[in-house]
Write a protein that binds this ligand. Structure first.
Ligand code: ADE
Length: 242
């Protein structure tokens, strides 16, 4: 997968050199480049922002550098890249969207700062490529860079060959629309607290049932919205009884 990121703070993206995302870059699974938006400015001050039309606080990112950046990074390749713009006004970032993005050959991220990017940049781009504004959640960050770190970490771990044990993808939280059951490791007793007996029983049927019950209970308590959205066809008789 190819990934281009445009930001006025390229140093913010330095963590993408670390850990498993860094490894995916090093072994070629991810071909990633971070670009400084100011390299597409032409004035001595390398200006990227200006006051908003209509008034109001803060500054808005001017369209010209963004237009040139996108011309350079998406010069008409077929299919075009998918443009992602982190924004608190975007669609929620979910595991389902992470899977969708993991299947794309080329992603371009446009990191806005201040009050956002002039809307015409997105409207102009939308005529040439798919554009998705994505939100991490219902809160406001200073800019899109941290959102890009989050999104790329979620996407990279879904790329073929990145996770040693693909089984962990099948089991984890959000894989079946449920939160994951609690996990335990050795020792069996720690500070007087025991690992649940069932997990030490070796009875795989009982263990699977226990994990499913715990996942359902946790999801009901913490994320009733997720429980309500479950397809009833995905529930078995024991689930319904529980
Ligand atoms: N930029 C500012 N706030 C954001 C949010 N909540 N999600 C994604 N990008 C953002």
């Amino acid at each position: 997968m190819r990934v281009d990121i445009v930001s006025i703070f390229p140093e913010y993206l330095a963590p993408l050199d670390l850990s498993l995302v860094g490894k995916a870059r090093a072994n070629g699974t991810l071909r990633m480049a971070v670009h400084d938006l100011r390299s597409w400015t032409h004035d001595v001050h390398r200006t990227v922002d200006d006051t908003p039309y209509g008034g109001g606080p803060g500054m808005v990112m001017r369209p010209e550098p963004w237009g040139e950046a996108l011309d350079a990074l998406a010069p008409g390749e077929l299919p075009p890249p998918r443009l992602l713009v982190p924004s608190p006004a975007g669609v929620p970032f979910t595991q389902a969207l992470a899977y969708e993005l993991a299947a794309e050959p080329h992603l371009v991220f446009a990191c806005g700062r201040y009050e956002g990017i002039d809307q015409r940049v997105l409207d102009h781009a939308a005529a040439r490529m798919p554009v998705t504004e994505v939100s991490l959640g219902d809160y406001v960050l200073f800019g899109g860079e941290v959102a890009v770190l989050v999104i790329l970490e979620a996407v990279t771990r879904l790329l073929p060959g990145v996770l040693g044990n693909a089984g962990s993808l099948a089991e984890e939280s959000h894989a079946h629309g449920l939160l994951e059951a609690p996990m335990y490791t050795k020792p069996a007793t720690w500070r007087g607290l025991e690992v649940p007996e069932v997990l030490r029983s070796g009875d795989h049927g009982r263990i699977a049932r226990w994990r499913r019950d715990e996942a359902l209970a946790r999801t009901g308590l913490r994320r009733p919205d997720m429980l309500a959205a479950l397809d009833p066809a995905s529930l078995d008789k024991r689930d319904v009884a529980a």
